[in-house]
Each structure stands twice: as structure tokens, then as C-alpha cells.
Design a protein around this ligand. Structure first.
Ligand code: C5P
Length: 222
């Protein structure tokens, strides 16, 4: 690859968990640290891309030299992603909550004698699917992640087709893998015609290799 192969290209990366409020002081979250998305944004920036980094409340700091948009909920993440378009490529590494709490309380829920709060959920927008299925202005390359605990490749392959993205980076976050929140990742890169298993390696190396693949795909599509 030539020097700065992504110079002049605008790339969006989502990262981190989302927080879905229950009331003003409580929320539902997940174990995503934002490490893989952050490493990816850094690697894409290092290849010369103009990076828009849309991040939920992650436990690692965002990379230097990228445009950082901080959000909390899935709804806010969708709005930030839509505002960042158009882009040449979009990578959805965020662990977006599938549901939000319906009618989240504006005041703190109280303990009441003999009563327990009942939470009702409503579906969140699927940001990856929406962007993948855009009729006009779709990014040239859309990459999703699939954190699975069982039948990783089978589930991720089905997910790629269902959502309509170009690639899915599948990873096994099953109990005992130490991947979610850890420093290493073992991924399989799934495209329309191949499932390519990569060896387990540091998230920074996964990011580097993925960024290079993205650069090559954009260059091939000129
Ligand atoms: O369906 P699932 O959550 O496993 O899909 C994971 C992929 O979809 C990730 O790339 C994630 O960032 C994206 N996603 C999204 N919006 C959602 C749920 C998932 O962009 N509401």
C-alpha cells in the first residue's frame, strides 16, 4: 500500500457501549470497552483517513486526531451517524443496546413497600441495517461486527445477509474467551464470498489489518 492510502477518504467508526436510561441515575449497559473500535479509528487515521468517531460511554479514551462525537443512547448514536454521512466507508464496532426502557422515568424510581419496578422494553433502531440498506448515499463499504457466543460463523454469515452490510467481523465473545473487555481478539472476516478466520492477536493488530483491508477495498473501487 502507498503512503496514506486513505488520504481524502472520510470514514465513520462507531464504538463503545450505549447506555439506555431507566431513570435519571440508572441505566442498562453492556461490557463493551470500546477498545476494538478505538483501535480501528486510530489505525484508519494512521492510513490518512478523515475519521468521524461516534462513541458511546467507553472505558478507553478516544484516539487523537479524529473527530469525536460522544453519545449515550442508541437513538443518539443513530442521529450522530446520520449527521456524519456521507462517508466513503462506515465501520460499526459499537455494542448498541437492542432495547431501550419504554417510558424511562424522569424522576428517580423509589423503593416502595411490597412493590418492585417493572421494566418494559422497546426495540432500538438497528443503525448498521439502516445504513446498509440506504437507497441513496450509502457508504461504498459498510462493515459490521458480530459478537456471538455460539455457532459464530453461521450466525454471523446470516447476520451479514440480513443486515445488508458488505463485511461482518465475527468474534466469539463466549464465556472464558476474555475477548469482551480484553486486549486480544480472534475474528473471522466474512464477506459475500468468503469466511476468513484470522489468528488470535492484539486488538491493535486486528485494527491495523482491517484498516489495510478497507483501504485496499476503497482503492480497488477507486
Ligand atoms: O444484531 P447485532 O447486535 O448482533 O449486530 C451487531 C452489529 O450491528 C454491530 O456492527 C453493531 O454495531 C450493529 N448494531 C447497530 N445498531 C443496533 C444493533 C447493532 O448498529 N441497534
Amino acid at each position: 500500500l502507498a503512503d496514506g492510502p486513505l488520504k481524502g477518504r472520510r470514514v465513520l467508526v462507531t464504538s463503545g457501549p450505549t447506555h439506555e436510561p431507566i431513570d435519571p441515575v440508572r441505566y442498562i449497559a453492556n461490557r463493551s470497552s470500546g477498545a476494538q473500535g478505538t483501535a480501528l479509528a486510530r489505525a484508519l487515521g494512521a492510513l490518512g483517513a478523515e475519521v468521524v468517531f461516534v462513541t458511546g460511554p467507553a472505558s478507553v479514551p478516544p484516539p487523537e486526531g479524529v473527530e469525536v462525537v460522544r453519545v449515550e443512547t442508541a437513538q443518539e448514536m443513530l442521529a450522530a451517524v446520520e449527521a456524519a454521512l456521507p462517508v466513503d466507508a462506515a465501520v460499526f464496532a459499537a455494542a448498541v443496546a437492542d432495547w431501550h426502557v419504554l417510558g424511562a422515568s424522569l424522576s428517580k424510581l423509589k423503593k416502595t413497600k411490597g412493590g418492585l419496578p417493572k421494566l418494559e422494553f422497546a426495540e432500538n433502531p438497528d443503525i448498521l441495517a439502516r445504513v446498509s440498506q440506504m437507497k441513496a448515499g450509502r457508504p461504498g463499504l459498510v462493515v459490521g461486527f458480530a459478537a456471538e457466543t455460539d455457532d459464530v460463523i453461521e450466525n454471523a454469515t446470516a447476520k451479514r445477509a440480513r443486515k445488508g452490510c458488505d463485511w461482518i467481523v465475527a468474534n466469539d465473545v463466549g464465556h472464558g474467551t476474555g475477548i469482551m473487555g480484553g486486549t486480544e481478539n480472534a475474528v473471522t472476516l466474512i464477506s459475500a464470498d468468503a469466511a476468513e478466520p484470522w489468528p488470535r492477536m492484539p486488538k491493535a493488530r486486528v485494527a491495523q489489518q482491517l484498516a489495510e483491508r478497507i483501504a485496499r477495498a476503497l482503492l480497488d473501487a477507486h
